[in-house]
Design a protein around this ligand. Structure first.
Ligand SMILES: [Mn+2]
Length: 324
């Protein structure tokens, strides 16, 4: 039982997935606060930096890029990670034998890689699972934990608009508001506001998007990023959400070239279409309506392969459900 493992543990390493989103950071910091409340010594780790819009969450300033080398952990808790590789170097770098691993997640593609697996693909977010789970292990819902969890729910559901929002999601959110989370503030800062550089990335993507047989897609190259004065790999989740909401789009796809020449692909679908089926073909994963994967470059070649796979999936899935 995971409850006993947590009870026994003194030093816990909590890991959120690489390239973290609001559910990853919200879940990471909520578990951190909850375990501290239970008297555990906690390290929070994530391979990539906490995005600025989540840096105001409790404990966000204590998220490390790697585990502490001077600490021997007796438990690892992975949050929002669909498979082992999503934990990145934060897990890989731990010496063997690695500590017992607990896997808390809501991705339908989760590989159950933990010794303990708390997986609920029907949950809107890992934060929604944690809302139940933290109570079950005796954590009192503080305003800080509520703020972290509601950030996870609000961002993963795009403000309660996704098809996996249930009455249970709304009840969890209501309880978090009762516990002191400010829903208007969380929605504004974690969901709507974005840096100007993000708007510029959208401009690049929208300027040459293509629309064919239900697939609306675009790509963003390193050269385009550089000539717009932008650095790093673009955050394309807002753009891909925008694309899939266009009339007649069944799937939206954004391909972004990273600094090392790989291609990161973010995909969205409208029901009843399913982009997780496409993502797994390229070693990725996710949900039916939101998934991702990474391919080797060059960008044009990756684009050809992904576009062909999406078109094939749209035809197949359309035939399976003749209503749309
Ligand atoms: Mn999530």
């Amino acid at each position: 039982m995971i409850q006993f493992a947590i009870e026994k543990a003194n030093r816990v390493l909590v890991i959120a997935h690489v390239d973290p989103d609001g559910d990853a950071i919200g879940s990471l910091t909520a578990v951190g606060q909850g375990l501290q409340q239970l008297g555990k010594r906690v390290t929070l780790a994530c391979d990539d930096n906490v995005p600025p819009r989540f840096q105001g969450l409790p404990l966000a300033g204590e998220v490390r890029r790697a585990p502490r080398a001077d600490v021997q952990y007796d438990l690892i808790v992975a949050v929002d990670c669909a498979d082992e590789s999503r934990m990145g170097w934060a897990y890989e770098s731990l010496p063997e034998p690695k500590p017992t691993l607990a896997n808390i997640d809501h991705h339908i593609t989760n590989t159950r890689f933990g010794a303990f697996n708390v997986i609920d693909p029907a949950a809107s977010s890992t934060a929604e699972i944690l809302h139940r789970f933290l109570k079950e292990i005796g954590v009192e819902m503080t305003a800080g934990i509520a703020e972290s969890l509601l950030t996870g729910i609000v961002t993963d559901t795009l403000g309660f608009r996704t098809t996996n929002v249930t009455a249970a999601t709304l009840r969890a959110a209501a309880e978090l508001v009762d516990a002191g989370a400010d829903i208007a503030d969380i929605s504004l800062h974690s969901l709507h506001q974005k840096p100007f550089s993000t708007a510029k990335v959208w401009g690049i993507g929208l300027s040459h998007m293509e629309f064919e047989d239900g697939l609306l897609w675009t790509s963003i190259s390193r050269e385009q990023m550089q000539s717009a004065g932008l650095e790093g790999t673009p955050n394309s989740s807002g753009l891909v959400n925008f694309l899939v909401d266009v009339d007649q789009a069944c799937m939206g796809v954004v391909l972004s070239e990273t600094l090392d020449g790989d291609v990161r692909v973010t995909m969205r679908a409208q029901p009843p279409y399913n982009v997780a089926e496409v993502a797994v073909q390229f070693g990725g994963g996710g949900h039916a309506l939101a998934a991702g994967c990474a391919l080797d470059g060059p960008l044009e070649q990756a684009e050809t392969r992904v576009v062909a796979a999406c078109h094939e999936a749209i035809r197949r899935q359309r035939a399976a459900v003749p209503t749309k």
